[in-house]
Design a protein around this ligand. Structure first.
Ligand code: E4P
Length: 215
């Protein structure tokens, strides 16, 4: 499973990328707005830090304007994946952008029927938001399992990008469900490596080693 960071904060991306295990980055208009700086400049900076797909979202809601915005974003860097919302106009834009060879991440997916339509429109990936479903007492991970099965049944090439991830257990379940990509906040990525028994075990190994050398 590919691991992406879900942030527009370049400091977090720089830190996260140090391990060499980050495969891509997703941003959205809310994350970009939090940074309060030029979108294109920020995208270029991110593209220099991570050599992988970087999702950048359009803010138009009419298909022709989305296509225009998508073309502009795709010109920023070869690694840009254009993010388009899962609404009828977004599906039309996806079909057009895909026909032009531009990779599209169809975002704000909350149902299997939406995911089926995204795949038929030629999306490079679809982003089901599992945390937001869990927030309203729905089973976000069940949606991932449904989409993975549907795509397998018909051999769709669209990848399932598990989004709106809130904790490491979401990452575990996304991997078990066969999600292709999992995008997460930097804080969740940092938690993936941590285990108190690893820290305790290492402390004991080093203490025993030091004690032996003192003898
Ligand atoms: C995905 O690409 C979105 O940016 C993101 O995962 C949304 O997560 P949130 O529900 O925590 O805002």
């Amino acid at each position: 499973m590919k691991l992406y960071l879900d942030t527009a904060n370049v400091k977090e991306i720089q830190e996260g990328a140090k391990l060499g295990l980050i495969d891509g980055v997703t941003t959205n208009p809310s994350l970009v707005a939090k940074e309060g700086r030029s979108f294109k400049e920020m995208l270029l900076e991110i593209c220099k830090m991570v050599d992988g797909p970087i999702s950048a979202e359009v803010v138009a809601i009419e298909s022709e304007a989305m296509v225009k915005e998508g073309r502009d974003l795709a010109k920023v860097h070869k690694n840009i994946v254009v993010k388009v919302p899962l609404i009828p106009e977004g599906l039309r834009a996806t079909k057009q952008l895909a026909a032009e060879g531009i990779r599209v991440n169809v975002t704000l997916c909350f149902s299997p029927t939406q995911a089926l339509l995204a795949a038929k429109a030629g999306a490079w990936c679809v982003s089901p938001f599992i945390g937001r479903l869990d927030d309203v007492s729905s089973d976000g991970m069940a949606l991932i399992r449904q989409i993975v099965s549907i795509y397998k049944n018909y051999d769709f090439k669209t990848q399932v990008l598990v989004a709106s991830v809130r904790h490491p257990q979401h990452v575990v379940e996304a991997a078990l469900a066969g999600g292709h990509i999992c995008t997460m906040p930097y804080a969740v990525f940092q938690q993936l490596v941590k285990h108190p028994l690893t820290d305790l075990g290492l402390k004991k190994f080093l203490a025993d080693w030091e004690a032996m050398n003192k003898k």
